[in-house]
Design a protein around this ligand. Structure first.
Ligand code: GRF
Length: 203
């Protein structure tokens, strides 16, 4: 099953996917990696693994809708339909909200560093700490038109320690997040799933 991964930063979630697909017979294969900015470690990781890349920066387009269309074109060029009839995209630390053109054509998964629906948005780790939560975690979910509001596939719980900094907590969350992402993607694409009334059930 072909998959495109979208990244904006260090790409350690991407690396976990690369490692899993190289080490085992995963039911999916990364056919391209896309980014919204050049010069990031995530793109270097893809290039080191011999995976084609593309860059589609928002600032290159006068309207957000034009960026959305351009991103959809990049994805369409890179990504054939899988045998379930879907075109699978993984947003792994991709820090842009996707528009309707992309969402109408592609099935997009996102990994978020908090236990949704708590603490959506760009600062999920910081917001959970500031709220005084004692646990947080990571969520793998389908992307819909809201911000981190789509149906949940999988979640992991991570305790918040009294001496945590945002960085130390985020690093611990990312350990759980990477495993959740690899296992979740593999489950969805190997056995299939149903989605009814927001509830995702693996078959
Ligand atoms: C992850 O925690 C992701 O959920 C968040 O940003 C982080 C990206 O990490 N949106 P990396 O680029 O995969 O290392």
């Amino acid at each position: 099953m072909p998959v495109v991964v979208l990244v904006s930063g260090s790409g350690t979630n991407l690396q976990a996917l690369i490692d899993a697909s190289q080490g085992n017979a995963t039911p999916w294969q990364i056919v391209a990696v896309g980014a919204d900015r050049p010069g990031i470690a995530g793109l270097e990781r893809a290039e080191s693994a011999g995976i084609p890349t593309f860059v589609c920066p928002v600032k290159d387009y006068p309207q957000r809708s034009e960026w959305d269309t351009a991103l959809a074109d990049h994805l369409m060029n890179a990504l054939p339909e899988a045998h379930d009839g879907r075109r699978w995209v993984v947003s792994a630390g991709f820090m842009k909200v996707l528009g309707t053109t992309v969402l109408n054509e592609f099935t997009v998964l996102n990994t978020h560093p908090a236990l949704l629906p708590a603490f959506p948005g760009a600062h999920g780790v910081r917001d959970a700490m500031a709220y005084g939560a004692k646990v947080t975690g990571a969520t793998l979910h389908f992307v819909d038109e809201g911000v981190d509001t789509g149906p949940i596939v999988s979640q992991r719980i991570v305790a918040i320690n009294d001496d945590d900094t945002e960085d130390s907590l985020h690093e611990r969350i990312k350990v759980a997040e990477r495993d959740m992402l690899v296992r979740g993607l593999t489950s969805l694409l190997s056995t299939g799933f149903t989605l009814s009334d927001r509830k995702v059930t693996l078959l």
